[in-house]
Each structure stands twice: as C-alpha cells, then as structure tokens.
Ligand binder design. Structure first.
Ligand code: DX5
Ligand code: ZN
Length: 219
C-alpha cells in the first residue's frame, strides 16, 4: 500500500484557499491536512471550525484535522460537525485522552492523537486499540517551514513496532519538515501518511512532489 500524502493548507495562501484545494486535488494527493492553532497550545493562530466546514463544502477528499489547541474537549465536536474525517488532538493537551477518543469514535470519525517531539511514545500504550491515526510531530508544532528533527524518525520506528506487537490497525502519520530528501527514511521507518506543507506548496510540480514522497518517483 502506498503512502498517503496530506498537503497542509497552513502553507497555502489563506486568501486563496479554493485554489489551494484545486492544487491538492490535481496533484493526486489523497488527504487534506488542516492545522488548527489556538495561540495558546502553540504560539500561532490559524482558523477554527468554519474553515473546516468551508473546505468540506469544496472538496470530497478526506479532511485530516490536526488540533493544536489546549482543552480539545471544549471544541472537538465542532470540528466533527464541520465535516472532519479524522480528528487528531495532542496527547499533551488532554488529561482524558481515552474518553476523547471514544467521543470521536462515537461520531464515526477517525480517532487520532498527536505527540510533540519531546513526548515519549510509551504514552500510547493504553490507547493502541482506540486509534485510527497516530501523528508523530517531526518538528515542534506551530509553524510550517521548519527542518525535520532526525530523532523523531526513531519514534516512528518504535510506534510501528508497538503496532506490530499489538496487531493494532492505526496509521502512522508524520508532520513537519517532510520533503523528498527524508521521505525514503520515513517510509522505511513505517510511515503511512506524510503531511507536506512547504515542500508541497513551494513545488513547481505538485504531482511529481506527491509521487516522490510516495516513493513512486526517484527523489
Ligand atoms: C506544524 C503543522 C504542520 C505544518 C507542516 O505545526 O502541524 O502541519 O503545516 O509544514 P511543513 O511541511 O512546512 O513543515
Ligand atoms: Zn499538522
């Protein structure tokens, strides 16, 4: 099964989101990644549920909503109602992660948790059967255009091993600094989903960029 590429709208021109969605669809990328930032959990602000709903109205591609927000329990349902297909909250922002995953699952939406680079993967141990997506941040969250932190690749390998041992079914996603130079290393570590912000939106050939991340073209 080939890797899913999820371009991040964070790197698009926010005055031309419709065009960004067209670019994503025409590139052959399979998911749309939406970064919600609250200016509290991370030192940056982006958008809320209305943007998710507006994007929902413009594309049939699965919406991969990444909540970089404090107290996700307060607004999680709004993102589900806005049309998210996957809702991923940060484990560092949630005391009752298990309950939140149950809540997301009860709505028939993909359950995701994200880990910042300093969070060890063993926090996932008691959640392995409650997940459709584990998002390993490969930069410190908040901004696009940063460089991938090499140590995070080892976390991917460990999560893939945990999944194998438990015979669990979730996908492993990486987010931050993903590009054609490190894609092969990430695929080898067990990645299923690659979020791509600046590398996708800066590319003059988005379809080629997607195929390269997937490993269908030589970097
Ligand atoms: C960072 C966001 C990412 C970001 C990735 O906090 O979660 O999704 O858009 O952008 P690049 O690929 O430029 O690192
Ligand atoms: Zn993200």
């Amino acid at each position: 099964m080939s890797v899913i590429v999820a371009p991040s709208v964070l790197s698009a021109d926010f005055t031309a989101v419709g065009e960004a969605l067209q670019r994503i669809e025409q590139s052959g990328a399979e998911w749309v990644h939406l970064d919600v930032m609250d200016g509290h959990f991370v030192p940056n602000l982006t958008f809320g549920p209305k943007m998710v709903a507006d994007v929902r109205a413009r594309t049939k591609l699965p919406l991969d909503v990444h909540l970089m927000i404090s107290a996700p329990e307060r607004s999680l349902v709004q993102y589900i109602e806005a049309g998210a297909d996957f809702v991923t909250f940060h484990i560092e922002a949630a005391v009752h992660a298990h309950r939140l995953l149950q809540q997301i699952g009860a709505h028939g939406v993909g359950r995701g948790v994200a880990l910042v680079p300093s969070t060890p993967v063993n926090v996932l141990e008691h959640l392995l059967d409650e997940l459709e997506l584990v998002l390993i941040m490969t930069v410190n969250p908040g901004f696009g255009g940063q460089s991938l932190i090499p140590e995070c690749v080892e976390k991917v390998r460990r999560v893939a091993e945990m999944r194998r041992q438990r015979n669990a079914q979730f996908r492993i996603s990486v987010d931050g600094g993903v590009n054609r130079e490190n894609a092969e290393r990430l695929r080898a570590a067990g990645v299923d989903v690659m979020v791509s912000g600046s590398s996708f939106f800066k590319s003059s050939e988005p379809a080629l960029e997607v195929q390269t991340l997937q490993g269908q073209q030589i970097a």
